[in-house]
Write a protein that binds this ligand. Structure first.
Ligand code: NI
Ligand code: MN
Length: 233
């Protein structure tokens, strides 16, 4: 996997920190304090410039409001989710919807489809959070990374391939709530990435999919098994 100056750290589950070649810090799906796989040393963040939120489930937006209050990053999400975050005190919202691309900091972000739900737990209520999504992120060095969010496989992944051609795909493989390795292998056939970073597995016992199972099913794709807290660059 060639990242050409991007530093990529897995914080466990679906949470990633990426340092751009220009030194900006992007966090996808910020769930750290309650995330059983996030190393303690990673829970206190020094700098956050952009937050990308795929959907409103707690294991994806869990620390969004706290991090936004501390670091005042640009927060990207679907409008209904951004509206809710705004009501909780998040200041810099960069809402968007599926299709179209916006520049945030020094990355270009395209919101793409995901097949999943998006209710936000707010006290004892579940609030409508719009729809779940994924993101294609294009860095200034030309590298494109697709973070699928929580999703099943869907045939429009072919469109993501045709339009954006991400060379790296972060795919959920846990086999409960999201794709299993079998479905993620089908997703690889549609997306044709050079490398896949499996995520959303092993956090809880119920998320049983493993990177090894996926690798067996896609021998031509580099399956990059990261450890929580590990950085690749
Ligand atoms: Ni979810
Ligand atoms: Mn999830």
């Amino acid at each position: 996997m060639n990242l050409n100056g991007i530093k990529l750290t897995w914080l466990g589950h679906a949470t990633f920190r990426m340092e751009t070649p220009g030194g900006r810090i992007i966090i996808i799906d910020p769930w750290v304090m309650g995330n059983p796989k996030c190393p303690d040393a990673e829970k206190k963040m020094k700098q956050v410039d952009v937050l990308l939120c795929t959907h409103g489930h707690f294991d994806h937006i869990g620390d969004t409001v706290e991090i936004a209050k501390q670091h005042n990053p640009l927060v990207v999400g679907i409008p209904e989710l951004c509206h809710w975050l705004g009501s909780k005190g998040v200041k810099q919202l960069a809402e968007m919807n599926k299709g179209g691309t916006q520049t945030v900091g020094d990355i270009k972000v395209t919101m793409v489809h995901a097949v999943h739900s998006c209710g936000i737990s707010d006290g004892d209520q579940i609030v409508y959070g719009g729809e779940a999504c994924g993101y294609v992120i294009e860095f200034s060095n030309g590298i494109k990374i697709y973070h699928a969010g929580d999703t099943n496989v869907f045939s429009d992944m072919q469109i993501i391939r045709d339009l954006y051609a991400p060379e790296i795909a972060m795919l959920p493989i846990g086999d409960h709530y999201t794709m299993s390795p079998r479905e993620a292998a089908y997703a690889c056939n549609l997306l044709k990435p050079k490398a896949v970073i499996p995520m959303h597995f092993g956090t809880f016992p119920i998320l049983t999919g493993t990177p090894g199972e996926l690798q067996k099913l896609v021998p031509g794709v580099e399956v990059v098994e990261m450890k929580p807290g590990q950085t690749v660059s």
